[in-house]
Design a protein around this ligand. Sequence first.
Ligand code: OAD
Length: 222
Amino acid sequence: MRITILTGAGISAESGLGTFRDAGGLWERYPIEEVATPEGFAADPGKVHAFYDMRRRDAARAEPNVAHRALAELAAARDVVVVTQNVDDLHERAGVQALHMHGSLFEAACTACGATAEWRGDMGLEARCPSCGAAALRPAVVWFGEVPRHLDAIADRLAVTDLFVAIGTSGQVWPAAGFAQEAAAHGAETLEISLEPSGGTFDEVIVGKASEAVPDWVRALL
Ligand code: OAD
């Protein structure tokens, strides 16, 4: 059985990382257009760097939780692909290499030469590209108006997956919001696990905290 799992901010919430659209979420405190668009970066790169430097520090301090670990256990035993909208590295630190469709906090992209580099500390305005030396780095995350990564690989996988599972995502952001229907159109069963149902079309919905519902589901499957 081929299993494809899409994760969102809800899986990292219990590791202490804020979600976007819940009450008190990141987008309430930081307007999307200011910190998550190319136009916002052009207008005030310092503000955008401060936002991602803060999130990089928070993510570096966070630890994978039992939901990340349960998915790693499942991936070790079954044919599993994890696609994540998250820019943290908690799936990797739990032992799964995920497809990061919205990029990574821990990667820098040079707006001068196009090179990318692993990046662990603050980036800010002064940081220099390790390849060309220009002080022209941006976080290698996908902003609104930019094309998500790995879309071909994801589409290929959705076409052959037997079970599609969305975990901790509100289903508000495309193209990820359409993956369940795409998988279903190719014959997959679909399941959602989340604290609040997204209202999307799934064969089954499990309402609960990721830290409880995900390990329970994995245990039942294995
Ligand atoms: P959201 O903040 O939109 O949704 C988080 C979902 O997780 C909600 O449905 C919550 O009910 C659920 N949730 C919260 N805590 C949970 C818990 N402990 N256990 C299980 N579920 C929980 O986050 P995403 O759907 O990931 O993109 O957001 C998608 C994209 O929108 C992000 O990747 C980001 C954002 O704008 C970009 O920045 C491009």
